[in-house]
Write a protein that binds this ligand. Structure first.
Ligand SMILES: *[C@@H]1O[C@H](CO)[C@@H](O)[C@H](O)[C@H]1NC(C)=O
Ligand SMILES: *[C@@H]1O[C@H](CO)[C@@H](O)[C@H](O)[C@H]1NC(C)=O
Length: 237
C-alpha cells in the first residue's frame, strides 16, 4: 500500500536528479544499430565503469535475441533506412524531440549504398543531420562511424570511398562545444564477422563495441564536463 506520507519526498528526489543529471546516449542508425548486439555488449561493459548510469535513449525498444534481459534497449536504429531519406524527411528532428540526447553515435550509409545514392548526397545528409543534432542540443557530442563492409553485392569500393571522405567532412563541421569523433568500423572487419553479409555476428558485435568504446568514453566525459560546469543544455521535456 502506498502511503500519502511519501509525497513530500518527491521534490527532494527531483532536486537530486537535477543536480546530477544522467547523461543520455542515443544509438542512431539503421539495422546495424537496431538488430545487432553491440548495444548490449556496450551497456554491459559500461556497468563496470563510472558510466553505468548513462541512459540509452530512443524509440526502439525491441529485444534482439541478445540473450541479455538487463541491458537498456532504447535506441534509434531503423532497419532499412537510408541516411538520405532520414535527412530529406527530417526524421531525426522528431526522434530527438521525443528523446533528447547529450551523446549520439551514427552508423549510416549502408542502405544508401544498396539504394545507389551518391556519396555527395550521403555527406550532405550527414551535414543536415549534424545540424539537427545541434539544433536540439548545441553541445551534442557526436561519434560518427566509417561504416562496416558489406559481404553482399560489390559495394565495398564505394563504401571505402565514403569512409575515406568522412574524416575531412567531420573536421569541417567540428566544434569545441560539439565535437565530432570519427571511428573506423571498417578496418579489420571481415566477412566472417557478418552473420548474413550485412549485420555483425557475435565476433562483429565485439569488434564494433571495441571501436565505439574509446570514443564514447570521451563523449561521456565531455558531456559530464558540461554538466559539472553547469553549461549543459537543459531540456524542458
Ligand atoms: C553524482 O555523480 C557522481 C559520479 O559522477 C557520484 O559520485 C555522486 O555520488 C552523484 N551525486 C548524487 C547526489 O547523486
Ligand atoms: C574534433 O575536435 C576534437 C577535439 O575537440 C578532436 O578530438 C576530434 O578528433 C576532432 N574531430 C575531427 C573529425 O577532426
Amino acid at each position: 500500500m502506498v502511503s500519502f506520507k511519501l509525497l513530500p519526498l518527491i521534490p527532494l528526489l527531483l532536486t537530486t536528479a537535477a543536480q546530477n543529471a544522467t547523461i543520455r546516449y542515443m544509438p542512431f542508425g539503421d539495422s546495424i544499430t537496431e538488430i545487432i548486439c553491440w548495444r548490449a555488449l556496450l551497456w554491459e561493459k559500461l556497468q563496470t565503469t563510472e558510466w553505468a548510469s548513462v541512459d540509452f535513449v530512443g524509440s526502439g525498444k525491441t529485444e534482439n535475441n541478445c540473450k541479455d534481459s538487463k541491458y537498456d534497449r532504447d535506441n534509434e536504429g531503423h532497419s532499412g533506412y537510408l541516411a538520405v531519406n532520414i535527412a530529406n524527411q527530417n526524421q531525426l528532428d522528431g526522434w530527438l524531440q521525443r528523446n533528447p540526447a547529450d551523446v549520439i553515435t551514427m552508423h549510416l550509409g549502408t542502405n544508401d549504398m544498396t539504394g545507389n545514392k551518391a556519396i555527395t548526397e550521403i555527406l550532405a545528409a550527414f551535414t543536415k543531420m549534424v545540424g539537427q543534432m545541434r539544433s536540439h542540443n548545441a553541445k551534442m557530442k557526436i561519434v560518427v562511424a566509417q561504416i562496416i563492409p558489406l559481404a553482399i553485392g560489390s559495394y565495398n569500393t564505394k563504401i571505402q570511398q565514403l569512409n575515406a571522405q568522412i574524416p575531412t567532412w567531420a573536421a569541417g563541421l567540428n566544434k569545441t562545444e560539439s565535437p565530432i569523433w570519427v571511428v573506423d568500423q571498417y578496418t579489420g572487419f571481415q566477412n566472417s564477422d557478418l552473420r548474413d553479409g550485412v549485420h555483425p555476428n557475435a565476433a562483429g558485435d565485439q569488434k564494433m563495441l571495441n571501436v565505439w568504446y574509446p570514443a564514447l568514453i570521451k563523449a561521456f566525459a565531455a558531456a559530464k564536463a558540461d554538466q559539472n560546469a553547469g553549461t549543459a543544455v537543459k531540456f524542458v521535456a
